[in-house]
Design a protein around this ligand. Structure first.
Ligand SMILES: Nc1ncnc2c1ncn2[C@@H]1O[C@H](COP(=O)(O)OP(=O)(O)OP(=O)(O)O)[C@@H](O)[C@H]1O
Ligand SMILES: [Mg+2]
Length: 533
C-alpha cells in the first residue's frame, strides 16, 4: 500500500484526495494508478467497495490540463444513480484542480443537460442511452475524447447496451486510453475488450472469494409466505443502521416497501419504473438517513456506495451469482463490516448452493429469528436511545415529573413502562405480498469458468502475482491478492421467466433503457420496459 504522494500526482489532485480522507491507496488503486498514468489501456478488477472509482478517476483527472475546454474524458456507467454518484466523486477529486464534470443520464430533462453542456465540461459521466441521444443531437461531440472508462461494463452489456456502447466507442478517436473496471469479469467482457481495447494491461486484485471478507453471509430458509414476517423480525433483531433489501421484481419492491411502511419502518422503494425525480428523492433520503431501509431491484445492486449500509437482505435470491456478489457488496465497503442475509425458499436451496459454489463462499444457515429475539432487538435499540439521551442530552426539565412518579412507583416498573412505550408496538396490519416463483437451480456453464481466466491474471509487469493487498491496512482489512481462477467469469443460465427487471436471460438482454425515446432515429432495444439508465 502506498501513500498517494508516491504516485507523482499533481499537488492539487493530491490535496483533493487528502480532503476526501484517503490516507493510503487501496490495492486496486495501487496497481491501476501507475499503469493508467502511462496512458496504457487497462482492465481493472477488484472486489466491491475497494475504490475502483478513484482508481480510474485519479489518473484521469491528473492528466487533463486545466486550460482544456473540450470534452476529453468519457465515463460510462450502467445506471443513472451510478452516473450521479461517480460524477459526485469525480467532482470531489477535481475540487482544487477546478475541472468541470457533468453527469448525463436518462430521465433528467434534456434541456437542462444541454444548458450544462454549454459550460464546457471536460469530463462527462453518462449512461449509454442518453449519451447517444446527445451525440445524435450533436450536443455532445466525442472528437476530442482522450480517455474512456467503462465502469461495470458487464452490466451495461447485460442491460442491452452493447450496440450503444459500440456506436459510442466508434465515435471516439482511436488514439485514446480506454479503461474497463468491474468487480466481476464475465466472458462477454472479453469480446468487448478485444474489440475496443488496445493491448490492455490486466490489473486485478482477486482473492479466493469474490465477495469481500468483511461481509458476513448468512441465509434463512423460509417459505415464500413467511418471508415478510421473517423480514420484520430480522430487521427488529438486527436493527440495521442502513439496510438495502433486494426484491426480484418491481412489483415486489413496491409491495414490500409499502408493507414495511405500514408496519412502521422507515422504508422506501427504488426501481426502474419510478420517475427520475422519485428515484433521486429516494436515493437522497437514503443517503441522508431520513429513511433507513431501501427496498430495491438490482438497479441498486451495482456500484452504489452509501456509507453506513450495515445490512443487505436478499428478500428474493438473485438470478445469478454475479448479481449476488454485487448486491451484497453494497455493504462491507472500504473495509467496514457488513452483514448479508438471504431468504431461501425450500425449492431454492440448490440455487443457493450454486451461488455458494461459484462465489466459493459458504453462507451460514441461521434459524428464523424468534419473536423473542425480535422483541429483544427492538428493546435494545430503545434502551440505547434512552442511554444516548442520558449521556448526551439536557433533560433537567423532566426531572420534577420523574421524582414525582418515583415517589409513587417502583423505578423498574416505571422504566420498563417507558421503554415499552418508546419501543412501540408493531402496527397490526395484515400484509399480503404477491408470491414470486421460486428460482430453479442452474447448471454452471462449464466453458465459462474453466476458460474464463484471462481477466483474472495479475499483470505481468507486476511480476504476475505480486501481492498488493494481503493483510490490508488503512481501514482496508483482510483483502487478499492471490491469483485465482475463481474470481469471476461466471454467468448463470437464466431459466426463469417473468418480468425481471434485472437480468437478461442467457445471451439476450431483457433489460434496456427507456431513455432517449425522444430520439426518433434510434432502434428500439430488445425490450423497452426497463428504465435503468
Ligand atoms: N484509498 C482510499 N481510502 C479510503 N477510502 C477510499 C479509498 N478509495 C476509495 N475509498 C472509498 O471507498 C468507498 C468505495 O469505493 P468505490 O465506490 O470506488 O468502490 P468500487 O470498488 O467501485 O465498488 P463496486 O464494485 O461496488 O462498484 C467509497 O466510499 C470511496 O470514497
Ligand atoms: Mg464501482
Amino acid at each position: 500500500m502506498k501513500t498517494f504522494a508516491e504516485f507523482g500526482l499533481e499537488p492539487k489532485v493530491l490535496q483533493a484526495i487528502t480532503e476526501l480522507g484517503f490516507e493510503e491507496s487501496t490495492p486496486i488503486q495501487d496497481k491501476s494508478i501507475p499503469v493508467a498514468m502511462t496512458g496504457r489501456d487497462l482492465i481493472g478488477q477488484a472486489q466491491t467497495g475497494t475504490g475502483k472509482t478513484a482508481a480510474f478517476g485519479i489518473p484521469l483527472i491528473n492528466k487533463i490540463p486545466t486550460s482544456e475546454d473540450r470534452i476529453v474524458a468519457l465515463i460510462m456507467t450502467p445506471t443513472r444513480e451510478l452516473a450521479i454518484q461517480v460524477a459526485d466523486e469525480i467532482g470531489k477529486l477535481t475540487r482544487y484542480k477546478g475541472l468541470r464534470s457533468l453527469p448525463i443520464y436518462g430521465g433528467q430533462e434534456i434541456g437542462r443537460q444541454i444548458r450544462a453542456l454549454k459550460k464546457r465540461p471536460q469530463i462527462i459521466i453518462g449512461t449509454p442511452g442518453r449519451l447517444l441521444d446527445h451525440i445524435n443531437r450533436k450536443t455532445i461531440r466525442l472528437d476530442d475524447v482522450q480517455t474512456v472508462v467503462l465502469d461495470e461494463a458487464d452490466e451495461m452489456l447485460d442491460m442491452g447496451f452493447m450496440e450503444d456502447i459500440q456506436s459510442i466507442l466508434k465515435l471516439v478517436p482511436e488514439e485514446r486510453q480506454t479503461m474497463l473496471f468491474s468487480a466481476t469479469m464475465p466472458l462477454n467482457i472479453q469480446k468487448l475488450a478485444q474489440q475496443f481495447l488496445k493491448d490492455p494491461e490486466h490489473v486485478s486484485v482477486i482473492p479466493k472469494q469474490v465477495t469481500a471478507p468483511s461481509i458476513e453471509q448468512a441465509y434463512i430458509e423460509v417459505h415464500e409466505r413467511q418471508k415478510f414476517e421473517a423480514l420484520s423480525r430480522l430487521l427488529d433483531m438486527e436493527s440495521p443502521e442502513l439496510a438495502i433489501i433486494f426484491g426480484r421484481t418491481k412489483r415486489r419492491v413496491d409491495e414490500l416497501s409499502e408493507a414495511l411502511q405500514k408496519r412502521g419502518y422507515s422504508a422506501d422503494g427504488l426501481h426502474g419504473d419510478l420517475s427520475q425525480n422519485q428515484r433521486d428523492n429516494v436515493m437522497r433520503k437514503f443517503r441522508d438517513g431520513s429513511i433507513d431501509v431501501l427496498v430495491a431491484t438490482d438497479v441498486a445492486a451495482r456500484g452504489l456506495d452509501v456509507s453506513g449500509v450495515t445490512h443487505v437482505i436478499n428478500f428474493d435470491l438473485p438470478q445469478d451469482p454475479e448479481s449476488y456478489v454485487h448486491r451484497i457488496g453494497r455493504t462491507g465497503r472500504a473495509g467496514k463490516e457488513g452483514t448479508a442475509w438471504s431468504f431461501v425458499t425450500p425449492r431454492e436451496i440448490d440455487h443457493l448452493h450454486f451461488i455458494e459454489r461459484i462465489t466459493r463462499q459458504r453462507m451460514n444457515r441461521k434459524p428464523l429469528p424468534s419473536l423473542a429475539e425480535a422483541i429483544e432487538g427492538k428493546q435494545r435499540v430503545t434502551a440505547e436511545r434512552v442511554l444516548e439521551v442520558v449521556q448526551n442530552e439536557e433533560f433537567s426539565e423532566y426531572k420534577a415529573i420523574a421524582i414525582q412518579l418515583l415517589e409513587q412507583y417502583d423505578s423498574v416498573h416505571l422504566l420498563a413502562a417507558t421503554i415499552k412505550l418508546l419501543t412501540g408496538e408493531k402496527k397490526d396490519v395484515d400484509i399480503e405480498l404477491t408470491p414470486e416463483e421460486p428460482l430453479r437451480a442452474k447448471k454452471r456453464r462449464p466453458d465459462i469458468r474453466s476458460n474464463g481466466r484471462p481477466f483474472n491474471r495479475s499483470s505481468s509487469s507486476y511480476g504476475g502475482n505480486r501481492s498488493g493487498g494481503s493483510g490490508g491496512g488503512g481501514g482496508y482489512r483482510g483483502r487478499d491478492d492471490r491469483r485465482s481462477s475463481g474470481g469471476g467469469g461466471y454467468r448463470g443460465n437464466n431459466s426463469s421467466g417473468g418480468s425481471y427487471e434485472n437480468r437478461g436471460s442467457g445471451g439476450y438482454s431483457k433489460r434496456s433503457s427507456s431513455e432517449g425515446r425522444s430520439s426518433e432515429n434510434r432502434r428500439p432495444r430488445p425490450s423497452d420496459d426497463f428504465t435503468n439508465s
